[in-house]
Write a protein that binds this ligand. Sequence first.
Ligand code: GLU
Length: 509
Amino acid sequence: MVRKVRVRFAPSPTGPLHMGGVRTALFNYLFAKRNNGKFILRIEDTDQTRYVQGAEDYIIESLKWCGIEIDEGIEEGGAYGPYRQSDRKEIYSEFAERLIESGNAYYAFDTPEELEAMRERLKEEKNSVQQYNPLTRKGMRNSLTLSEEETNKLLKEIPYVVRFKMPEDEEIIVEDIIRGTVKMHANQLDDKVLFKSDGMPTYHLANVVDDHLMKISHVIRGEEWLPSLPLHVMLYKAFGWEETQPEFAHLPLLLKPSGKGKLSKRDGDALGFPVFPLEWVDSKTGEISRGYREDGYFPEAFVNMLALLGWNPGTEEEILSFRDLVSSFDLKKVHKAGAKFDHEKAKWFNHKYLKTQSDEKLTRQYQNDLKERGIQVEDSYVIKVVGLIKERANFVSDFWEQSYFFFQAPTEYDPKVVKKRWKENTPEILQELKIKLEELETFNYHDIEKAVQDFLEGKEFGMGQVMNPFRLTLVGAGIGPGVMEVAELLGKEETLKRLQAGIDNIQRQ
Ligand code: GLU
């Protein structure tokens, strides 16, 4: 029987979602959509000490911004809810008990001091591992070493945890879709705590129980969870759920641009790019971490960039819409090696997407910026400006520096350009040009071009000697689109006014 594809993204609300987390969500989503499956959001908040206010909303908003639609989750509901682990609290103790009954888990009463003493002893005896495991558990206070009577008494009197009884001498073999066969020996593993003294399950128990109850078919998560895989597989076995155990796929790490080490939450601020999808304000310290959204990235560009970190469709094509991603996504093509994040490439993606946006949409966005600068201009003018400059920008926030001169006449002139371009005879040349332009009845690109060409006929100076200083008078600097395009858009009156102002005010240097 072919299994229905059901995948989950299971973040812990311990802070803002890192872009690596968004990529995990994205790969889950793409895999689900590719296979007509369901994408589930499960909030894993059993570690109450690490809970951060606002993180859950942040996760949901981030997914929404990226266009990742949740089929089942806290807001959406679904047949396998609740979808927040703290709301499923009652479920887990029953499963912990089941494991105790079947002899796969036990109660442990050791105090933190006793645990520490055990570790110290092992260190002194030069043991390479200092763990609670099949060997050491024999000398500790637990339901395996105590009588039933003592155990029952302690259960009522002091805090306890439930530990997994890791079998001895067992080889654990699992197939990972990305990594192939993963082998591990039980002797290297410890008796992990499954249920804590605060009445909450640990990640391992809750995760496995929920994946089972929610009928998850594939667990797709970051490589950092690979060390937990053998324990999870042992848990499936202990519960007798081998038949329906999900398939596993552990995604490669995202690496720093240097390729050295994992891209961490701190890197963004240090290396000058965001590592979070949205801006995050730490409610305790007030510290602000940058977000791709606030930095002006289009969600489509962000998603496209993320999708290609650790995967590609096997073609040279890099610009892939959501639909393209869904139709070509294949977990088997995900790489094993870590994926280096490249900020320049991220900007390149945004540039590509910016160029495909309609001038109307970009105009709407640019108008917000202009308004904030106190500039009120008709959309019909702004749209033309946008059409001229969008090729040169990575972000809408770059528009101003590429086009401020369309909205205000220069009040100063870039001295470097003046020095290079403003010659002794320049005022005279421009004065003559101005007369030519004044004669024009219509003032479009072709008229201006023709006027300049006529003007140059028979002159001993070339185009550059006219156009460069002409640009300086219009723009105040050596930047911008073609001079004639600038002049056309500024219109005859404004062009002539600026030309004259330049002639009058620019001092040769
Ligand atoms: N709660 C874990 C996390 O924060 C989930 C790991 C998993 O997907 O199993 O990433």
